[in-house]
Design a protein around this ligand. Structure first.
Ligand code: PRP
Length: 181
């Protein structure tokens, strides 16, 4: 099948994603086994597909919850993040795992970690599908799917102006697709 005309190339194939999810789910299940039910906190909207595929592979008790966050202004300048949707349940004394599709500047995960830690969970870790290579971020990522180049990526939950979220792979967008030519 021909690649979408706005895509430069496929960065992470469907098979690579699915195989890596098997590994991540096995590792997470091993690490949390015997600790009771863990809370998966998916960050909308980008993580919806990752959350669904990862959660179905876990072999430990878990439940899912979601948050929606939005950055103020330019992500490269402002570190401020606004909460659009908060968790339904209290996470006090729970083992919490943040499920994120991408860490770019790190603003979102930094803010989120600070906010969720203030609620005194038993533990707080993160599983992140993709992280841009070479970026200095404060919050450590505990489980990482893939390091990717610092380009605009779409697919598998990731969007450009709400488009391209549902591709089963992660693709690099051509610069002319977002530079307003
Ligand atoms: C994306 C992504 C992360 C955040 C990462 O969300 O899902 O939450 O950006 O970027 P950062 O490390 O620079 O903070 P976005 O704001 O695009 O919203 P969406 O998930 O609804 O598309």
């Amino acid at each position: 099948m021909a690649l979408h005309s706005e895509f430069e190339r496929i960065l992470v194939t469907e098979e690579e994603i699915q195989n890596r999810l098997d590994e991540l789910a096995a590792e997470i299940s091993d690490d949390y086994r015997g600790k009771g039910s863990i809370v998966l906190v998916g960050i909308l909207k980008g993580s919806y597909m990752f959350m669904a595929d990862l959660a179905r592979r876990l072999t430990i008790p878990h439940y899912i919850d979601f948050m929606a966050l939005s950055s103020y202004g330019s992500k490269t300048v402002s570190g401020a993040v606004r909460v659009l949707l908060d968790l339904r349940a209290d996470i006090y004394d729970k083992h919490v795992l943040i499920v994120e599709d991408i860490v770019d500047t790190g603003n979102t995960i930094d803010y989120l970690s600070m906010m969720l830690n203030a609620r005194n969970p038993a533990s707080l870790k993160s599983v992140v599908l993709t992280r841009k290579v070479g970026k200095a971020i404060n919050t450590p990522v505990d489980y990482l799917g893939f390091e990717i180049p610092d380009v605009w990526v779409v697919g598998y939950g990731l969007d450009f102006a709400e488009r391209h979220r549902t591709w089963p792979y992660i693709a690099e967008l051509k610069p002319e697709a977002y530079s307003g030519k």
